[in-house]
Design a protein around this ligand. Sequence first.
Ligand code: G4P
Length: 525
Amino acid sequence: MALREEIDRRRTFAIISHPDAGKTTLTEKLLLFGGAIHVAGAVKSNKIKRGATSDFMEIERQRGISVATSVMGFDYKGVKINILDTPGHEDFAEDTYRTLTAVDSVIIVIDGAKGVETQTRKLMEVCRMRKTPVMVFINKMDRPSKDPFDLMDEVESELKVRVRPLAFPVSSGPTFKGVYNLFEGNLSLFLTDNRQTADAETVDVTLDDPRLDGYISPFTARLKEDLELVEGVYDTFDREAYLRGELAPVFFGSAVNNFGVRELLDCFIRIAPSPRPSTTVQRTVDPYEEKMTGFIFKIHANMDPNHRDRIAFLKICSGTFERNKPYLHVASGKNIKFSSPTAFMAEKKSIVDAAYPGDIVGLHDTGNFRIGDTFTEGEKLKFTGIPSFSPELFRYIENADPQKFKQLSKGVDQLMDEGVAQLFTSRLNGRRIIGTVGALQFEVIQYRLEHEYNAKCRYEPIQIYKACWIESDNPEQLADFMKRKHANMAVDKHGRDVFLADTSYALTLAEEKFPDIRFHFTSEF
Ligand code: G4P
């Protein structure tokens, strides 16, 4: 198949949700309906159960599973689908943010009883920033749920995106019958109840089919009214607006009961984007370019402390990636060949000879790669859009075993390269500060330093509200700011200046007093 065809048939996306909305269940059902697995239950939950904060075995278990399910690729109706997994636990939100840099679209799962929740809002901000096309799947309609129109209004106002339903529920709660497919103009009803496989018998009926009433009575009139209202309230579906990230098609269903999943998948493969151009500092890279380019968006350490090898996940952005062909690792200037790059099909890994834009390949790494590293056929490119996000929790990190200073430094460096957390060095006293998105990361770092690097750390509290990357076109004001705020200044691992505001008030005050300074909450601006 020619490169162009390979690219056009790829759909690389992530499913995101607030914990418990049904991301894992929907992922599994997509694999089931896509024919990648045959029985539900094959994909292990990658969730760290709540309350498992100090259960390190659970963390290790999660890390093991999440390599296996990091990317789930499969072919469905001639389309190559790559689902990128995102961690279920909100403390790992930064991993999710980074995964979003490697996808061309997103499916957001929302619990129909709970509506839009905090984590969904945060993740949507990242999608909005990147103009990622999103689809919304409102799940658990088999439970007593909010009114579908209210849910859509909520999505619109809370996620700040226009919506357009493409599937609509027939009743909800215990009498939930299924979804009317507005995209195809029919209703697919299950005649048999088989939730473990995708083999249940179904019948497709249209609105004017005389059998309709027999199947969904007493909800026929209500469905017709609802559909009229849908057509009256919402504009017809505008795919271009969806592709620009301005309009979110909405689907309803119940993943655990298989309702609405096929409708979602069949529509997804038709409207979701194939790989899009990527931006670099130097230029825009078109996926159809002959030469291979790609960047690392995730690094995964081996669980076995005796084999500290890592897998770096490379997202192919253009050209064809080939096994055993030397590629320039732009950060080190070295040419590197990969003899066993892995591809991910469903939950299996296998060595791959060629991969195309939209695909993810796993590269063996002995500790030389960092998140954001670019590989090319010689051109010195740096992909953008892989920012660090301002952490929310901060602690000083200190060496707890003077004999093991070197091990600690190496461990901390490598864990930061993997993106476990961010490291800042205080300008005032040179002390190192770890910033994370979730509390769990501090324990993960401590545990991994001990078990993988034979080093011990301890933490000390520090009062910081936010870390902001700063820049200004006014050098005098910047110098004045840095002088006055010396005690709150730090550098990140790339040597960039960061202001550590101790309270939200201090930040507001700084913004008012120094109008020529821009305070950024992501490392890329
Ligand atoms: P997550 O990955 O977003 O965190 O959610 P997950 O799929 O694990 O689903 C969370 C819980 O919600 C699970 O129940 C799951 O079975 C249930 N669930 C998912 N989809 C639906 C649905 O459409 N309807 C209903 N009623 N429930 C749904 P659990 O009790 O936490 O786990 P389990 O023991 O059932 O697996």
